[in-house]
Design a binder for this molecule. Structure first.
Ligand code: HEM
Length: 155
């Protein structure tokens, strides 16, 4: 179960990388499209028929951000209840809370574009906390044993 917990946390880490890559791909595609004389307006966006290079980036960002990462964060919390690892629940809880915040920001960016500043920065917080959770299993068992031994000596 420790390995499962770690693998799920790595999935979140990988998901954040996919998110950064997909949105850069999408925005690069928009830039190219406009420079080639293309026009993006409300009608094109709502028709969902835009075909410029990079449009898949928005779709990937929506699917990975709206489904894959939140599902992985939920599974991480579920797994944390079955794993004997100090801090597992706390870190899974932090990852889930940051992901929930991230998604709320993501769906609000077009209403308040300034939220994009927090959305981009908070992605780093998701990455770092999930990374930390993934590496909890690497804590040397000896450190825990030594801690217990020293506690026994002092009491
Ligand atoms: C934990 C990582 C991330 C999650 C869970 C996430 C999630 C989301 C979600 C759910 C949306 C709304 C998509 C929609 O309306 O269909 C969104 C939009 C957006 N995100 Fe992220 N995102 C993440 C990382 C990033 C990063 C690293 C960047 C760029 C630095 C970014 C930039 C944007 C932008 C520009 C939008 C608005 C464009 C759009 O609607 O696709 N996101 N994000």
């Amino acid at each position: 179960m420790r390995r499962t917990y770690s693998v799920i946390a790595w999935i979140v880490v990988g998901g954040v990388a996919v998110q950064a890559a997909s949105i850069a791909f999408a925005l690069g595609g928009i830039s190219r499209f406009i420079q080639d004389g293309g026009v993006i307006d409300k009608a094109l966006v709502e028709s969902r028929e835009a075909t410029f290079t990079g449009v898949a980036g928005f779709i990937i960002h929506g699917i990975v951000g709206g489904m894959v990462i939140p599902l992985a964060a939920l599974l991480l919390l579920a797994a944390s209840f079955f794993v004997k690892l100090r801090g597992a629940r706390m870190w899974a809880g932090i990852v889930l809370a940051l992901v929930a915040f991230q998604i709320t920001l993501g769906y609000s960016i077009s209403d308040v574009p300034y939220l994009g500043l927090i959305h981009g920065a908070n992605a780093l917080a998701v990455l770092l906390t999930a990374w930390h959770a993934a590496r909890l299993i690497n804590r040397p068992a000896a450190a825990g044993a030594a801690e217990t031994a020293s506690h026994a000596v002092t009491t």
